[in-house]
Design a protein around this ligand. Structure first.
Ligand code: THU
Length: 159
């Protein structure tokens, strides 16, 4: 028997410690939560992507009475970004979420389906996508999607 141990390296920042461009991106993700459509969960998620051309694209979770038809903020944002700017890599994706009491104290962990889509975006552009996850008690920075989704499935597995 062998043991394989995979580790994630996470840097934790106070909001005030973020550089100005990361702060701007996080502000966009937080502001986007106000445009979420979440009448069922009352859980409002916002995401903001900074593209290689410097443009910021943001999006929110969009729910539906037929629950599985809804989409998370991360996928709304990345699909929109990739549709509008199909040749621009995503440099950084910031995510924030709040429930009826306010922004989460711990960083919002993206769901598994979103992680898979985030990974595909990174692979597609062959460019690391940094992730910033907002929490009132600290903002997590993860350097790329391979770190956030270890042992992941991508197109290379089918070769
Ligand atoms: N949600 C997101 O938008 N992103 C995540 O990473 C986790 C969950 C949304 C989906 C649904 O609208 C609500 O949050 C509750 O699951």
């Amino acid at each position: 028997m062998k043991n394989l141990s995979l580790q994630i390296d996470i840097k934790i920042y106070d909001y005030k410690e973020l550089g100005s461009s990361d702060r701007e991106l996080m502000d966009e993700a937080m502001a986007a939560t106000n445009r979420s459509y979440a009448p069922y969960s009352h859980f409002s998620v916002g995401a903001a992507a900074r593209l290689s051309n410097g443009i910021i694209v943001s999006g929110t979770n969009q729910e539906n009475a037929a629950y599985p038809s809804g989409t998370c903020a991360e996928r709304t944002t990345l699909f929109y970004a990739n549709s509008q700017y199909p040749d621009q890599a995503v440099e950084t994706l910031a995510i924030a979420a709040r429930n009826e009491r306010g922004f989460l104290s711990s960083p919002i962990p993206p769901c598994g389906a979103c992680r898979q889509v985030m990974l595909e975006t990174e692979k597609r552009f062959k460019h690391p996508m940094r992730i910033l996850l907002y929490g009132e008690e600290g903002i997590y920075e993860i350097k790329d999607m391979s770190a956030l989704l270890p042992l992941s499935f991508d197109a290379s597995a089918m070769e």
